[in-house]
Design a protein around this ligand. Structure first.
Ligand SMILES: C[S@@+](CC[C@H](N)C(=O)[O-])C[C@H]1O[C@@H](n2cnc3c(N)ncnc32)[C@H](O)[C@@H]1O
Length: 370
């Protein structure tokens, strides 16, 4: 049986390397999100809106079970507030299998699992949002949106998932399908619904598969940023092929980005932008040579000014870099005389939190005698 028939005809289907990498991203992100959110708020919710049956035919757990296990096995879980896990799946046979999978997990009074009757995401979104917020818009809600196709998660629904001030979305963007079908006759209506506008058309100018897929991911993120959101993106690929799909994070909070950047750098220690099954979690062979050019350019633009550590750290996060990258680039600039810590005068490390850094232009440090 082919893959398409398997997905259509069977209740459970076989896992693949892409799924494993996607679940690694989920697990790393959830570990950070849970530690931050569930130790700050008494209650929060995760909605797995395309949950599937909770298991693959060759053994690995499905996403809802991955979420529950990440919670139950978290080292800080005893200090956590309550997590509500709401699961939605369209097919009755998969809902039934998911219920069976949960009976095999240990119970915890802090984890409330609610498997919804079979239903379609776009139709159920408003009802799920009100369930998830527990009557308070400020309840943190993380939505996992992981469909099989372009039609079942239009941008209007994604936007509605981000209505509350602490709502976040982790979305599977079908960059491979976008690349293959974007120029088919009659497909532009689907594309526009998926992106919530015609800005996807800018990606068509890119001819190469890899760059076009990246351009689609950038366009999707732009649509979210235009709503005032912070975003991150990560390509899921096999070996050195271009990404099959991207995971896109949308969040109202810079703290969300600060959880996201370490995930992407952990899975791709060279650029933090995409991983394949064979490179995910590989030791950081490239750590010294990792791509920090964007951050280098951004910091050089501060020439002639003083900047507080917090501003620099936040700028780094928006460029999907961690504080360790910021320190590395500052070391590099300091070696050329282009950055100097002006406060505090004495410190145990070169770039402590709370410090102030003054930046210079190459002309400022040019040797006048030469
Ligand atoms: C990509 S699979 C989900 C895999 C799962 N999230 C995981 O990582 O283990 C998509 C699932 O969504 C279900 N589905 C398809 N259309 C749906 C819709 N409109 N609303 C909710 N579920 C849907 C499919 O039956 C399928 O089980």
């Amino acid at each position: 049986m082919g893959r398409v028939e398997e997905l259509r005809d069977q209740t459970v289907w076989k896992s693949d390397p892409h799924t494993q990498v996607k679940h690694l991203v989920y697990r790393h992100y959830l570990q950070c999100w849970m530690a931050k959110i569930l130790q700050t708020f008494p209650e929060a919710t995760i909605v797995d809106a395309f949950s599937g049956p909770g298991v693959y035919s060759d053994g690995p757990a499905g996403s809802s079970i991955v979420v529950a296990k990440t919670f139950l096995e978290h080292t800080a879980h005893r200090r956590f507030g309550r997590l509500n896990l709401i699961c939605l799946e369209e097919r009755p046979d998969r809902v039934e299998e998911l219920q069976r999978q949960f009976t095999e997990l240990p119970q915890s009074p802090q984890l409330k699992v609610s498997i919804q009757p079979p239903g379609a995401f776009a139709e159920q979104q408003a009802r799920l949002a009100s369930l998830a917020h527990l009557g308070r818009p400020e309840t943190p809600v993380l939505w996992l949106i992981d469909p099989f196709d372009l039609k079942s998660a239009p941008f209007t629904s994604i936007r509605q998932c981000l209505g509350g001030p602490r709502d976040e979305v982790l979305f599977t963007l079908f960059t491979n399908e976008l690349h293959r079908f974007c120029q088919r006759d009659g497909f532009d209506k689907t594309m526009t619904g998926y992106f919530g506008g015609t800005h996807w058309q800018t990606a068509i100018a890119e001819r190469r598969a890899g760059t076009r897929k990246e351009a689609f991911a950038a366009a999707y993120q732009q649509g979210l940023q235009d709503l005032g959101l912070f975003t991150g993106g990560f390509g899921i690929k096999i070996s050195n092929q271009s990404a099959r799909y991207h995971l896109i994070l949308a969040t109202h909070s810079e703290a969300g980005l600060k959880c996201w950047a370490p995930v992407t750098w952990k899975l791709d220690s060279y650029s933090g932008q995409g991983a394949s099954a064979d490179t995910a979690d590989a030791p950081s062979l490239f750590d010294e040579a990792s791509v920090v050019d964007r951050l280098d350019v951004a910091l050089r633009a501060h020439a002639g000014t003083e900047q507080r550590w917090e501003t620099l750290s936040s700028e780094a996060a928006r460029l999907n870099h961690m504080d360790k990258h910021l320190r590395k680039v500052l070391d590099h600039l300091a070696a050329q005389g282009l950055a100097i810590r002006v406060d505090p005068v004495k410190a145990r490390t070169a770039w402590p939190e709370g410090s102030t850094v003054r930046f210079y232009a190459p002309d400022d440090v040019a040797d006048e005698a030469s």
